[in-house]
Ligand binder design. Structure first.
Ligand code: NCD
Length: 309
């Protein structure tokens, strides 16, 4: 396994063996991610953090990950403050990242932007979300969370629910779970179903997949419920959003029909799709999941920058 210098654009850039290695390294990183230990793995290294689209968790956890390893960060979180605003091409912006840093983390509103960025950089490029495309590092922390909470990735039945059309986290996660042979149920409001190319690629792997519009029925035999928000900003017509908003909601009543051990995940931010009273439940793990972004991104940065093998 050789991670040094690699780009991370889509989850299937990795094999299942490589994914497990990243999750193992992430587990070693937990004490340092909490600040209970010091790990000086990336002294003098600089990560460029280029966020053309809003972010809270992904950006902050990447920056925290780099700093916990004694590295540094440069970058922007607001396109208004950059030359992209003056009409600079992505290719030229990427060339600057290459000149000023050792790796680049990019979030962009266009699908395919990270893949394009990687073409113009000889240094590792990590996709932190490209439009409605993929979000591979979120998937790594989702898999880490499932493994830590359930003991294994395999052997679970996973419900992916919410906006499966525009939600990039569920695109990458469905793909990854299919690599591990995990049976899934895709639950969405009508019109926001999982795009057919993702359904086809998951089914091609021989994985048992059910598509549904009924969340209450789907949670009955689930071990993991992965809820997502409706991606309002990606709707071409906002009246279409208004029709669907609030149609799927996780509350105590819905959970009364679920298995006791079922964990509830969410990449966050949530809007109204999980009732705050659910937060008190022991197996509502979405805030732990958000923390897991730090050790998982520490693992990834140390591997692609060659501080770990
Ligand atoms: C997600 C994203 O940006 O795709 N957030 C995240 O990175 N944790 C999910 C979302 O915005 O709904």
């Amino acid at each position: 396994m050789d991670f040094k210098g690699r780009d991370v654009i889509a989850i299937h850039d990795f094999s299942t063996k490589e994914i497990m290695r990243i999750l193992d390294v992430a587990r070693e990183m937990v004490p340092a991610a909490r600040g209970d230990e010091t790990l000086l793995l990336l002294p003098g290294k600089v990560m460029a953090s280029f966020f053309f689209e809003t972010s809270t968790r992904t950006r902050l956890s990447f920056e925290a990950a780099m700093k916990r390893l004694d590295g540094k960060t440069v970058g922007f979180s607001d396109i208004q403050s950059t030359s992209a605003k003056k009409g600079e091409t992505l290719a030229d912006t990427v060339r600057m990242a290459e000149a000023y840093s050792d790796c680049m983390v990019i979030r962009h509103y266009n699908e395919g932007a990270a893949r394009l960025a990687a073409k113009f950089s000889s240094k590792p490029v990590i996709n932190a979300g490209d439009g409605a495309g993929q979000h591979p590092t979120q998937t790594l922390l989702d898999l880490f969370t499932i493994r830590e909470e359930m003991g294994d990735i395999k052997g679970n039945r996973v419900v992916l629910a919410g906006d499966l059309k525009y939600g990039r986290t569920v695109h990458s996660l469905a793909y990854a779970l299919s690599m591990f042979g995990v049976p899934m149920c895709f639950v969405s409001p009508p019109t926001l179903e999982m795009p057919s190319e993702f359904v086809a690629s998951v089914k091609d792997r021989g994985v048992d997949v059910v598509e549904s519009h009924n969340l209450a029925e789907a949670v009955e035999d689930a071990d993991v419920l992965y809820m997502t928000r409706i991606q309002k900003e990606r709707f071409p017509d906002s009246s279409e959003y208004e029709k669907i908003a609030g149609s799927h909601r996780v509350n105590m009543e819905l959970l009364s029909g679920a298995k006791k051990g079922m964990i509830i995940m969410h990449p966050l931010p949530r809007v109204d799709e999980i009732d705050p009273e659910v937060d008190e439940r022991q197996n509502a793990v979405y805030f732990k999941q958000a923390f897991n972004g730090v050790p998982v991104r520490m693992a990834l940065l140390s591997l692609v920058l060659g501080a770990k093998g």
